[in-house]
Design a protein around this ligand. Structure first.
Ligand code: NAP
Length: 293
């Protein structure tokens, strides 16, 4: 089983390589090997690839900079995945792409299901939604929406908050934004384990399509951060709740965007862990390695 992976240096990309087991080879492409703003390079790479499935873990993920760099965000998050899906379809390869809860406006009284209307409220969300639509125009494609991804790899919310809690006296964390954290290592294990199923599935198989992937439960940014920080004996910051409005970031955030994973759980017989269990384990591992993993 050979997986061609766009995104070599990112958080999920690194977790996928760590999750690869016997019989699964990951051919990872960094930005230097394939720049997602270069569509002819993307086409050439897929045309020449010796692989059974293509996985895109690369994205323009900087939510605030996307507001002032929309062309770059749309090139990487919308045009590039559309070109990947088209090139995969031409070769009969399945294509798996990651998207985000940021396609929703966050005004909901229950977790979002796949059929809920996407109404993004920032450039990042609009570019990711355009990417989903470009990918889903092709057969044998999978779009997995994930939210608040954390892991031992890359710079993510858990590792960032642990670091800040060691550096600062006071750490203000947003308490009026709610969602479902996603264990990036569980996501990576799921992608690697499910790749053979997608590779064998014919066009029209229900294993293709749009799915939500996240841990079980819902929390606030504040509780998410505090759960990790409470594990660290070297944390010294006093953690104080604040509001999104007080942060005044360039990009508005959906206030509540939990993902309902029932469709994925039924289709793939997969049971996500409660978010708190996964956050505590990840924090413990990061702390044990002195936050250097
Ligand atoms: N992290 C989250 O909380 C979160 C939440 C919801 C959805 N997601 C989605 O999950 C996926 C994986 O996210 P992640 O956390 O792994 O993101 P990440 O750590 O920020 O990694 C993004 C990757 O994309 C690469 N990239 C960006 N622009 C590129 C370009 N022009 N050409 C080639 N590569 C480029 C980056 O390369 P460089 O290192 O060279 O910049 C990096 O390897 C993305 O689709 C993201 O939208 C993430």
């Amino acid at each position: 089983m050979k997986i061609l992976q766009f995104g070599g240096t990112g958080q999920v990309a690194t977790a996928v390589r760590a999750a690869a087991r016997d019989g699964v080879e990951i051919i990872a492409l960094s930005r230097a090997e394939c720049d997602l703003e270069n569509v002819s390079q993307i086409r050439k790479v897929i045309e020449a690839a010796d692989c059974d499935l293509v996985l895109n873990t690369a994205a323009f993920t900087q939510v605030d900079p996307a507001e002032s760099r929309p062309d770059e965000a749309f090139a990487v998050n919308a045009t590039a995945p559309g070109v990947m899906a088209e090139a995969c379809a031409a070769r009969g390869l399945p294509f798996v792409h990651l998207s985000t809860d940021a396609v929703f406006d966050g005004r909901t009284d229950r977790p979002y299901v796949e059929t809920d209307e996407a109404r993004p409220i920032n450039v990042y969300g609009r570019s990711k939604l355009a990417g989903e639509q470009a990918v889903r125009a092709h057969p044998r494609t999978v779009v997995l929406r994930v939210s608040w991804v954390f892991s031992r790899y890359g710079r993510n919310y858990v590792s960032f908050m642990l670091r800040l809690a060691r550096e600062r006296d006071v750490l203000k964390v947003v308490a009026d934004q709610f969602g479902t954290p996603t264990d990036g290592e569980a996501l990576a294990a799921f992608l690697v384990a499910t790749a053979p199923r997608w590779a064998a599935a014919p066009s029209g198989d229900p294993a293709f399509g749009l799915f939500h992937f996240a841990n079980a439960g819902e929390t606030s940014r504040f509780d998410f951060a505090k759960t990790a920080i409470d594990r660290d004996p070297r944390a010294r910051a006093q953690i104080e709740p604040t509001t999104q409005a007080a942060f005044a970031e360039p990009a508005p955030r959906p206030p509540r965007s939990p993902l309902d994973t029932a469709k994925l759980r039924e289709m793939f017989d997969f049971e996500p862990e409660p978010w708190r269990v996964a956050v505590e384990r990840t924090a413990d591992r990061l702390i044990a390695s002195d936050l250097t993993v």
